[in-house]
Design a protein around this ligand. Structure first.
Ligand SMILES: [Zn+2]
Length: 466
């Protein structure tokens, strides 16, 4: 009965377990009274039980049991912990049940006075043996219950530990990990407590439930993080796929090796397959590990595709652009007009729209010094214009082959520096001042460069490698 009461309190919700425990406690007291004084009538036994329980309950109002319970935790099983008026009703019900049980027993075994005397000897032994048997059985059951729930808690701590370690840097909100770490510490403290004296039946179960909730919160946060990362990986893949398609289309028929083009086509194909396999509607149903694999796989496809694209550009550059300082770009000469801006004082020429501010600032400084605008006579050149100015038969071509000139990227201008060339005041001033506005004279066009061109100036934004 004690075991039923304790297990009931530990496993059932508080609202059911507590009244059940109170009830069984009063019933037990009534039975003990009948055992100690066999001739007590059922009504008296029930009355004594109710009176005893009520006295104990009321004693809490005086505050007297508190220090006693603190000193001897086991006493709480006999005295309870706090006063609660509804408890009195449950004691009354329990005492009544005890009285009824005693009444039924007397009715069932109704003995004569002679038999009663004979039975008294046995009853004396039973008075010792029965409570002892009862105590051993009850202790064993409580011990077994507490051992089982401690084992379950130990297993849950291991699960929680692995959830904590595996989620570092992979959750949306790191506070869920802090909470889990604290809950693990609490659970370990519960396991370290002495059973019965400090750790009561049910404590380990409650700690295990708290741990399971904290693990579930970390798992949810980790899934949310993984889904967001997979979404980012898809978004980042978009421009890389676009670039690969552009390079593949632009190199068509330009003489780059077919094996390099095939490799890029294969990388594109594999990337499209991975994008379809990791579509958001599929990942929404997936476990966290699968979502994390999807992110990693999308990132790997992005790296592969980027490499294959650069390989093809490098192969095309080797075929098209004869000099190391030239770089082939698929967009050279085919920029969207919306990405270009006319030069205000030389509107027949234009540069990339994001560079116009720096060029205007350079022109302001130039005009302050020379009293006139920077004499720009070339800027962005379309692919057809590059074809027109390029002469492959010329051993020292003044223009780069189409696709190799940074005029095609909208990042270069030609400035009329006058007949003195590198010795002209315009060149000398530009060399000393242009860089602070983001414009430079490249080494290949310098006095000792591959192609001395004092007029060619380019933005620092001009790409110099893939
Ligand atoms: Zn130029």
């Amino acid at each position: 009965m004690v075991v039923t009461g304790l297990v009931g309190r530990a496993t059932l919700p508080e609202a059911v377990g507590a009244p059940l425990g109170d009830c069984l406690y009063a019933t037990l007291v009534a039975l003990v009274v009948a055992l100690v004084r066999p001739r007590t009538t059922p009504v008296v036994a029930a009355g004594v039980a109710l009176a005893a329980c009520a006295a104990i309950e009321l004693s809490h109002l005086t505050g007297a049991p508190a220090p006693l319970i603190e000193r001897f935790p086991l006493v709480r099983f006999v005295l309870g912990t706090t006063f609660g008026a509804p408890d009195l009703a449950w004691y009354a019900l329990g005492a009544a049940v005890g009285g009824a049980l005693l009444h039924l027993t007397v009715r069932a075994t109704g003995r004569s006075p002679g038999q009663e005397r004979l039975a008294r000897g046995r009853r004396g032994r039973a008075l010792v043996v029965l409570p002892l048997t009862f105590l051993v059985a009850a202790g064993g059951a409580v011990g077994w219950f507490m051992w089982t729930e401690a084992n379950d808690l130990t297993a849950q701590v291991a699960v929680a530990r692995s959830a904590l370690d595996g989620s570092e840097g992979r959750v949306v909100d790191d506070r869920v990990r802090t909470t889990l770490a604290g809950t693990i510490d609490d659970a370990r403290a519960v396991l370290a407590e002495t059973p019965i004296l400090a750790r009561l039946p049910g404590d380990a179960t409650r700690a295990r439930e708290g741990l399971a909730r904290a693990v579930a919160a970390v798992d949810r946060s980790r899934l949310e993080f993984a889904l967001a990362a997979a979404g980012d990986a898809r978004d980042e893949l978009g421009p890389v796929v676009g670039r690969a398609e552009q390079v593949l289309a632009a190199t068509e028929g330009l003489g780059a090796g077919e094996s390099v083009r095939s490799a890029l086509r294969a990388a594109l194909e594999s990337t499209r397959g991975e994008v379809a396999a990791t579509a958001p509607e599929r990942l929404d149903e997936a476990e966290v590990a699968e979502v994390e694999r999807a992110s990693a796989s999308l990132a790997a496809r992005r790296a592969d595709l980027g490499r294959a694209t650069t390989d093809l550009m490098t192969a095309q550059d080797a075929v098209t652009c004869p000099f190391p300082d030239q770089l082939w770009f698929p967009e050279a000469g085919t920029l969207d007009p919306a990405d270009l801006a006319p030069i205000p004082w030389a509107p027949q020429h234009s540069v990339r729209a994001d560079l116009i501010g720096g060029l205007e600032a350079l022109n302001d400084a130039y005009r302050a010094h020379f009293g006139r605008d920077l004499p720009v006579n070339s800027g962005y050149r379309t692919y057809d214009e590059q074809v027109a100015v390029y002469n492959p038969a010329d051993p020292n071509p003044l223009a780069a082959p189409p696709g190799c000139s940074n005029h095609g990227l909208g990042t270069a201008i030609d400035v009329s520096v006058g007949p003195e060339g590198f010795g002209s005041p315009r060149y000398v001033w530009l060399k000393a001042n242009a860089e602070q506005f983001g414009w430079v004279h490249p080494d290949w066009a310098g006095p000792d460069g591959r192609l001395p061109e004092p007029w060619h100036w380019q933005s620092v934004e001009t790409p110099v490698e893939y």
